[in-house]
Design a protein around this ligand. Structure first.
Ligand code: AG3
Length: 305
């Protein structure tokens, strides 16, 4: 097979299944978890201790302890977050839009039931109110119990946690938020509407003038088709939407993308972000990373077109 002729962003299998996974016992009595990224590869970690397995009304939830990544949260077979590398994703999905807004006071987070986005958002003192709208209350409860370093800020008085459908919530709000962050699972099942035109339209209306929108937009390595679809769809509503990247070790391909858009057209602060508030120490995000993250490799530019 001419591997070099096959761009790795085009998986060989044409009808690649959505994230599937396996929990397997090895002869030594160990339990190994694999999230398949394609029918032919994936990421495998040893589960030292299963903390929870169960099914909510929306999805299958698994939480376990790993040696290298700490505790790991898996929804419908897809790794969502780990104690070890969550900082990359959460800092990048939050500080990029917040530093692209001159004065973010009201922030809406759709999804993000683990609380990581809330935690990072609260580090901006100008934020007066954070509304978290998560469809699956079980994710919030389990994260509070098992992932305190991520979910620990959900009880902050500035935070309102609402367990309801984000699509409906956004449709019912107009000019209400300075920043909207959509921290969703892969765009299948209940997360799929969050990447469609009607939702982007509603989100634009839910933004106050000058408001900023950010969302995760899948990875370029194994999710190229999904990423391309999100990129095309968001540009129908926000023509100047820009994409940026961050390196998340436990996500498919180790590289993840985000989209940033502004209600007023061009995001003025893409290249000149507002500095982080004094005293906020981050582990991934810096103003240089903010600017550099929008510089995309050629194959990624090709994906988004
Ligand atoms: N939400 C996006 C995770 C997507 C990962 N996809 C996968 N593993 N197939 C992360 C939620 C963190 N708050």
């Amino acid at each position: 097979m001419a591997l070099n002729n096959r761009p790795f962003f085009q998986p060989a299998a044409s009808n690649q299944p959505a994230a599937s996974c396996q929990m397997a016992a090895s002869p030594g009595g160990q339990t190994w978890f694999t999230e398949y990224h394609s029918p032919a590869s994936g990421i495998t970690v040893r589960a030292e201790k299963i903390l929870f397995t169960g099914k909510s009304a929306f999805q299958e939830i698994v939480l376990f302890e790993t040696e290298d990544y700490g505790r790991m949260l898996v929804l419908d077979g897809a790794i969502q977050t780990t104690e070890r590398d969550e900082f990359v994703y959460h800092e990048m999905i939050v500080h990029v839009p917040l530093c692209a807004h001159p004065k973010p006071r009201r922030v809406l987070i759709v999804g993000g039931g683990d609380g990581g986005c809330v935690r990072e958002t609260l580090r901006h003192p100008e934020v007066e109110r954070v509304t978290l709208v998560e469809i699956d209350g079980m994710v919030v409860d389990l994260s509070r119990k098992f992932l305190p370093s991520i979910a620990g800020s959900l009880g902050d008085p500035r935070v309102e946690v609402r367990i309801e459908d984000g699509v409906r919530f956004v449709k019912n709000h107009k000019r209400a938020f300075d920043v909207i962050i959509v921290d969703s699972t892969d765009p299948v099942n209940m997360a799929s509407p969050l990447t469609r035109t009607p939702f982007f339209r509603a989100a634009k209306e839910a933004l106050a003038p000058g408001g900023i929108y950010a969302c995760q937009s899948q990875g370029p390595v194994f999710e190229a088709r999904g990423m391309r679809r999100i990129a095309r769809t968001i540009r129908k509503v926000f023509p100047d939407a820009a994409h940026y990247l961050a390196s998340v070790p436990t996500y498919p391909g180790g590289l993840w993308s985000f989209a940033l858009a502004s209600k007023g057209g061009k995001c003025p602060e893409v290249n000149e972000p507002r500095p982080l508030p004094k005293g906020v120490r981050t582990r991934y995000y810096t103003p240089d990373i903010h600017r550099a993250a929008f510089v995309l490799p050629a194959y990624v530019r090709e994906i988004i077109g």
